[in-house]
Design a protein around this ligand. Structure first.
Ligand code: PHE
Ligand code: FE
Length: 297
């Protein structure tokens, strides 16, 4: 008897996320928004700040991609120009979206070699941290690596994998893999560990923390392990996974049949975000001092 249900007072729940009326099923903006000189200045300041930190810390493919796409030419880059260049290199393009888009739409774009990038840029007030990915995170953080042919193929395959994971109810696990590779991955290079994750590359703090702090664990990537591991959304990570190369990542994921993983995967995460287990290949066992102090700052 539904009439017996208590009436929920208005304003108890946040308004549901509604798609703006001008958007179609693809969630794409008809064109990239116009930026004013204040927006361009924010891009330039963010760019300059990262370039103080990233040489010697970002992986070589990322730095090469930044140059190839000339992302430091000044102001928010034009997606059309970027896409032309990217398209020549690896067949990818960058398309404007107004906000985070639903998972299945995101996967569909990736599977078609389109990277959906947030249209908007953060303000002076949110200069240091925003939770919603803006054009700086998306374009500066993600797009340079799409110039690498192997990484470009991985991203497309990930899009296809997303569809399957949704049907098999394994999105949480596949999402953890994305988190620990695309967003917060490290890579082993001849000169030492380097950053390849966009979530690290687009901010100043974690770029130093992830490589140099004693606090976090640094473990060689095992796909089965990472997919079972919880993570932190709004603070520095307690654990980073390290890949040997993009070919290594490709072999562990694209060339592996995930059905065998999905068949044995429990519904929730098995490992805490700070855990180290017997089977881990440990490069650095973290003290976890940062998170033990309570994190955030
Ligand atoms: N090869 C995986 C499968 O069989 C798909 C996959 C590709 C997963 C790329 C992650 C990244 O489902
Ligand atoms: Fe991202």
């Amino acid at each position: 008897d539904f009439s017996a249900l208590p009436v929920v007072p208005e304003g108890t729940f946040a308004a549901p996320l509604k798609r703006p009326v001008h958007l179609g099923e693809d969630w794409l903006e008809p064109k990239q928004r116009e930026y004013d000189s204040g927006d361009d200045a924010i891009w330039d300041a963010l760019f300059a700040r990262q370039m103080e930190i990233l040489p010697g810390r970002a992986c070589s493919a990322f730095l090469a991609g930044l140059e190839a796409l000339d992302l430091g030419r000044g102001g928010v880059p034009e997606f059309a120009t970027l896409s032309e260049e990217l398209n020549r290199l690896t067949g990818w393009s960058v398309v404007p979206v107004p906000m985070l888009i639903p998972d299945h739409v995101f996967f569909w774009h990736l599977a078609n070699r389109r990277f959906p990038a947030g249209n908007f840029i953060r303000t002076k007030e949110t200069f240091d941290y925003i939770q919603e990915p803006d054009v700086f995170h998306d374009v500066f953080g993600h797009v340079p690596l799409l110039t690498d042919p192997t990484f470009a193929d991985y991203m497309q395959a990930y899009g296809r994998a997303g569809w399957k994971a949704m049907q098999r109810n394994r999105l949480k696990a596949l999402g953890a893999l994305y988190w620990y590779t695309v967003e917060f991955g490290l890579i082993r290079e001849a000169g030492g560990l380097r950053i390849c994750g966009a979530g690290i590359l687009s901010g100043p703090r974690e770029a130093v923390f992830s490589l140099e702090a004693q606090s976090p664990n640094r473990l060689m990537l095992s796909v089965d392990r990472a997919m079972r591991t919880d993570y932190v959304i709004d603070d520095l990570q307690p654990t980073y996974f390290v890949i040997e190369s993009f070919e290594d990542l490709y072999r562990q994921t694209v060339e592996r049949d995930f059905n065998e993983i999905y068949n044995t995967l429990p519904p929730g995460f098995t490992y805490a975000n700070a855990a180290v287990i017997d089977t881990d290949h440990v490069l650095h066992r973290g003290t976890q001092e940062y998170h033990l102090r309570g994190g955030r700052g």
